[in-house]
Every structure is written in C-alpha cells, then in structure tokens.
Design a protein around this ligand. Structure first.
Ligand code: C5P
Length: 302
C-alpha cells in the first residue's frame, strides 16, 4: 500500500451533442456524442479500511442509497474481482452534482472510485485497463477515468480524442446549467425514444458532418448542439420546452438538454446578463431548481 487515503474531484458532464444512430444487439443504443466534463464536481475521499473490512460508503445526501446498488460499491466489487485479494475501502462522498439530471454524476463517482482504488494500491492497472473495467459498470463511466472533452461512440464506452483547438475552445466555454426539482429516468427516456421507431435514428454520416462543421470553428459551440432524446423528454415535461425556447428568444443563447435530462444548459457569451437568465429559470422552475454557472473541468486532483 502506498498511501492510506486519497481525495479526488468527481466531475459532472454535459453532452454538447448526443445523436442516437441505431439500436444494438445488446439492447443499448448506438451513440455519437461530444461530451465535456464540468467544473461542477462531487468530492470523493477513499480510505483503506484494513484487511478483512468490507467496502463501505457514506454520502452527504441522504437521498443517495449507500448500499450495493450504488455505483461506487459496484466499482469496488469490480476492482476487487479484477485484482483478487484486497483490503476493504471506505468511501466518503460529498454530493454537489444533482442526480437524475443527465449529468453523469453516478458514473463519474464510480470511475473516480476506480482511479482512487488503483492509486491506493500502487497503480496496478493502466488507464486503458481502468476504462475497460469502467465500461462494465455503466456506458458513461469510461469517459470519467481521465475526464476531458471527447467524442464518444458505441454505447458510450468508445472514446475518441478531439483536436487540441476544439478542446481549447471548450475550456473557454462558460455555461449556465439548470435543473428542475424532478429528474428523468434514463431507461424511461431511451424507452420513449425507441417508441418512435427507426425514423428517429440519425444518419451517422450526418452527425460526423455536423461535428466537422463545428471543428471548422470550435468556438461556435452552437453548431454542435443536438440531442436525440430532447424531443421525447420535452414532450412529457413541457415546462422545459417552454423555458429553453424562452431563453433562446429572449437572450439569444444556444440552449439544450444534457443526456437524458432533466438538466439543461445555455452556452454563455462573455457579455451575457447571467443574473437575468437565472431569474428566468427560477421564475419558471421555482426556487427549488438547481442553477449554476460552470466551466469545463480543468482536471487534476489529489
Ligand atoms: O449504461 P447505463 O447503465 O448508464 O445505462 C442506463 C440505461 O440507459 C440502460 O439501461 C439503457 O436503458 C439506456 N441506454 C441505452 N443506450 C445507451 C446507453 C444507455 O439504451 N447507449
């Protein structure tokens, strides 16, 4: 054992584009998505609990289950079955990322737990091996092993690097992130999408064309914004459809739902009146809504 505990940031993400291009034999959907990890982070402290101790989790948010259904404990079980005999780990999670939000919070916590356990045991697994292990926990998990803006494909587990200029442009981006008090179930959103049949699938060549169009001027993030799941989620939760349209019309801000919702984001320009946009969000969604101005995750945690 190298050290007894590590503290790590576990970032949220937004999907700047999320195109569903088909259905896979395993029942999942085939995606092409540009994702950006965010400065909005949970905090995870992982301690070696000693030989013979089981893995345990405590969380600042009492609504989050701390039993075996939590992805952190699933990550611990996956790490243990990959590595063989290990001491128990104790996880302390401080939750800042809303859940049921399409922000990847649970997936990020699981991937961060894998990186932390790997570090505490002298880094036996490479980044690539951790990404493979992460994919067994959830489609979104691998991208959080080394969080940076990326293109993801497959069911979400295949990671492609973006050109340096595109990553730089996303690091300059500022977004207003907001979420109503209710969440959206990811399996429900994909199920509702499926009801529409194959006509809702996006041609993969069209998606690549849209991404190439963005790459010609990566500072123009609006070129990228697309979400296949947005019409079905907005069809059920009309307040989100009305609010995002109102933000677009009043402030001219490109606005999109992230992942399977219910969080949405507006891409801000330097001179945007953020307080006025926030006031519009609170007016529409009520004071219990989550609202935050965030940037791309700038990495690095110890
Ligand atoms: O992989 P993960 O457990 O995060 O996925 C949650 C749910 O989202 C799946 O059970 C499935 O219903 C849906 N999903 C999908 N296609 C994907 C990713 C997720 O259908 N590529």
């Amino acid at each position: 054992m190298h050290s007894k505990s590590v503290l790590m940031d576990s970032p949220a993400k937004i999907n700047l584009s999320l195109a569903i291009t088909g259905r896979r034999d395993d029942g999942f959907h085939e995606l092409t998505s540009v994702v950006c990890p965010l400065s909005l982070c949970d905090r995870l402290v992982v301690e070696v609990a000693g030989d013979g101790a089981g893995d345990t989790l405590e969380c600042s948010n009492p609504e989050i289950p701390c039993d075996g259904s939590n992805l952190i404990l699933k990550a611990a079980a996956a790490f243990r079955s990959r590595m063989g005999e290990l001491p128990g780990f104790h996880f302390r999670l401080t939750k800042n990322i809303p859940h049921g939000a399409g922000l990847g919070g649970g997936s990020s916590n699981a991937a961060t737990a894998l990186v932390a356990m790997n570090r505490l045991t002298g880094n036996p697994l490479s980044i690539e091996e951790l990404e493979v292990l992460a994919a067994s926990i959830g489609s979104d998990c691998p991208l959080f092993v080394s969080p940076r803006p990326r293109l993801i494909t497959g069911r979400g587990e295949c990671l492609e690097e973006l050109p340096a200029e595109a990553v730089d442009a996303l690091r300059e981006m500022r977004v207003l992130l907001f979420k109503p008090s209710f969440g959206v179930s990811t399996p429900w959103a994909y199920g509702a999408f499926r009801q529409q049949g194959e006509k809702a699938w996006v041609d993969p060549a069209e998606v690549r064309k849209q991404i190439r169009h963005w790459l010609a001027d990566p500072s123009d993030v609006a070129r990228l914004l697309y979400n296949s799941l947005q019409p079905v989620v907005f069809g059920k939760y009309l307040a989100l459809a009305v609010l995002t349209e109102q933000i677009r019309i009043t402030f001219g801000l490109p606005t999109l739902m992230s992942g399977s919702g219910s969080s949405c984001f507006s891409v801000l320009a330097a001179d945007n009146p953020v307080e006025e946009v926030k006031a519009m969000v609170i007016d529409a969604l009520g004071p219990e809504a989550f609202v935050a101005t965030v940037r791309c995750f700038a990495g690095g945690s110890e």
